[in-house]
Design a protein around this ligand. Structure first.
Ligand SMILES: NC(=O)c1ccc[n+]([C@@H]2O[C@H](COP(=O)([O-])OP(=O)(O)OC[C@H]3O[C@@H](n4cnc5c(N)ncnc54)[C@H](OP(=O)(O)O)[C@@H]3O)[C@@H](O)[C@H]2O)c1
Length: 268
């Protein structure tokens, strides 16, 4: 860990109150990296902090990333506690079910704020610290959906996750000179609270072998980031699917997605 900071610089994990984010925090703790964990549910964060404190120092800070000032407030709260950030895991996220016109604009605006604007702002605000660390890390949790043609329903989800792919590629190039690694993690269907939050679990028809374990996804992502890999796709089945589909003619890829997305996650 870098010596320029009075206390060892930490990993900041957003969306750490459940699922993949909690597992990313556990993975950093396993590697001895002190933590700052954030999400809206402070009770969950405190329980996680209690679990991990025997290994590493953990600070829990509640923040709602849908609020436009949240990224700035979070960075201020971190500074006020005298903490510095060496690794940033932008993981918080959710899906909005249904077709685009079916949901009101405030719902879509909040989604874009959490999934795109907050990620961009938090990264921008922390980049000086990440670069100063000398071994800074940015782990952006996107989705396998970012690598496939968009599906019918959850309209803004794939576009928001695709933004993370390009954003990460640019960050990796721009910050390699300062020893910063940027990785975009693209998991497929992963067991977490995600499909309960979107309310789609009962309708999902995902073959059991396609479900990933959140702890394995987190371990794969953190390891890929440590190694400096820009794109990380956990699970060999998903890597094979990506290899098999990425060079298909676009019209064929769209047609395959149209058929399969309705089979796997039918709309109402
Ligand atoms: N599960 C999958 O199949 C899957 C697949 C590919 C990608 N992903 C991505 O993986 C990431 C983690 O999702 P997950 O599967 O672990 O789902 P999850 O168990 O529902 O966790 C989502 C996390 O995001 C936080 N969050 C949601 N809205 C927030 C807000 N407004 N402000 C702050 N934090 C917020 C939640 O915390 P609070 O509710 O406490 O705020 C929670 O900690 C997401 O970006 C998701 O898009 C998931």
């Amino acid at each position: 860990m870098h010596a320029a900071h009075p206390t060892p610089a930490r990993a900041l994990v957003t969306g750490a109150s459940s699922g993949i984010g909690a597992e990313i925090a556990r993975e950093y703790a396993r590697r001895g990296v002190p933590l700052i964990v954030t999400a809206r549910r402070l009770d969950r964060l405190q329980a996680l902090a209690g679990e991990l404190r025997p290994r590493v120092p953990v600070e829990a800070i509640a923040a709602d990333l849908a609020a436009p000032g949240a990224a700035a407030g979070l960075v201020e709260a971190i500074a006020a506690r005298g903490l510095a950030v060496r690794a940033l895991a932008n993981n918080a996220g959710y899906g909005v079910p249904g077709r685009y016109p079916e949901r009101d604009w405030p719902t879509h605006a909040a989604f874009l704020q959490v999934m795109v604007a907050a990620v961009a702002e938090l990264t921008w605000r922390l980049l000086p610290q990440l670069r100063a660390a000398g071994d800074g890390r940015i782990l952006n949790v996107a989705s396998f959906a970012a690598l496939m043609p968009a599906a019918d329903g959850q309209t803004l989800y794939a576009p928001a996750k695709s933004f993370l792919v390009k954003f990460t590629e640019a960050l990796a190039l721009e910050n390699a000179d300062a020893g910063v690694h940027a990785t975009v993690l693209c998991p497929g269907f992963t067991r977490s609270e995600f499909h309960d939050v979107t309310g789609t679990r009962a309708r999902m028809r995902v073959p059991p072998r396609m479900w990933l374990d959140a702890a394995e996804v987190a371990r794969y992502g953190v390891e890929a980031c440590e190694r400096g890999r820009v794109l990380a796709i956990p699970g060999w089945r998903y890597r094979a699917l990506y290899a098999a589909t990425r060079h298909l003619p676009h019209r064929l890829a769209l047609a395959l997605m149209a058929r399969n997305s309705q089979r796997i996650r039918p709309l109402d």
